[in-house]
Design a protein around this ligand. Sequence first.
Ligand code: 6PG
Length: 468
Amino acid sequence: MSQSNFAVAGLGVMGRMVALNIERNGFPVIAYNRGEENADRMREVSKGKNVTVTRSLQEMADQLDRPRRVLIMATAGPGTDQVIEELRKVFDPGDIIIDGGNSHFPDTNRRQAELDSSGIHFIGCGISGGEQGALWGPSIMPGGHKEGYDHIAPVLMKIAAQTDDGPCVTHVGEGSAGHYVKMVHNGIEYGIMQIICEIYDVLRKSVGMSTVDIQRVFAEWCESDISGFLVEITADCLAKQDELTDKPLVELILDTAGQKGTGKWTAQSALDLGVPIPTLNMAVEARILSGLKPRRVQASGIFSNSDGQYSGDRGELLTSMYSAFYLSKMACYAQGMALIREASSEFDYGVNLAETARIWKGGCIIRSKLLDPIKRAYLADPELDNLLTHKSFYEMTRRRLTDLRKVVMLATETGVPATCLGATLSYVDSYRSEFLPANLLQALRDNFGAHTYKRLDREGIFHTDWTK
Ligand code: 6PG
């Protein structure tokens, strides 16, 4: 029996790749793009395949089996609103619109509310994996009404990355849950990437290792418990030689990184919800600092850099570095999961964190070996507060904390910024402190603003006249 067809609207690189993935898995595809260029590219790459390319939304709607299903692959923002608005005119109640872009979750809430009145199902769907993932199997994070999800699940199950733990897709939760979880996925992505970069920086500046030697370290880590996609591509990036100069290409790349917004949204939402995610936040700050290149160049001339280098045993240091990376990477997942947990409760998403870890095990940018024990921890204890203090990880946290401290100290002593490594250390140190200096903070607030304070030794709210 032939499968019902499926539409993809927006045929940029990601749209084209997803369309080919859907077709390869046995579903006829109606591919729509208003612009001629992308429609032509789609025609080229889908020659001989069961793909019909059209530049008319009406034609796309007319050709779709019911309920109609369309996946929008447009750049997040007003472009997505425009396509939805046009789809509304040609779709009927019961049809399903999926937004597969990196949309900001409040936009997803708004769009869902607007479409609910028309009876059209709206699924805000995070998709991770870049171009190759889109073609061969991404991690897919759909959210929204379960009824709408059930209509698209057979297709998503097939096109998602396949692991020994099942396809990397699940109904993430209600409302904007899918885009929220994808946003936090990206926040974690920022954190892990920045930690990798700081390790690279400490190894080259504080230890004086060459790019070739650092590459070997990451290549070795690919075979270890901290392996994962980002570690693998770090080894690849460090190995790449520039064709023009024969030097490692990374040494020739400008040290300024941009961002599209998902990391910043993660930080903003965490502040709104009162969830500490310092490692992820500092990764956003680190990108902003990287953008201040002219000012950094100027300041580097003012402050001399006579910071010295590591003179101890390199093997020992690399063992500590591995531990520091392990703990910091775990902290990224721990902070991200804690944020999703809080958001799920605040926004009634109903997110299952074990399932979230499972669908991140393949296809996505933050896939890594650590997600397996993380999944098991949430399966055993779905309400778990913080991964780092869970019984399956606290021994690891305690053991590796000393190494993280050593690495941060080395960076500090040699004047190398360890923005995220340092933030992770302070996060763990704060989290494990029975007493923080917020006692003094409360006194200060009460002193200048009569904000009152509580006491350790008795119940009640107190105010003191501090001037007497
Ligand atoms: C993915 C990626 C992808 C993209 C992000 C991050 O999961 O496939 O996260 O969505 O790389 O948009 O982009 P920025 O680093 O530019 O914010």
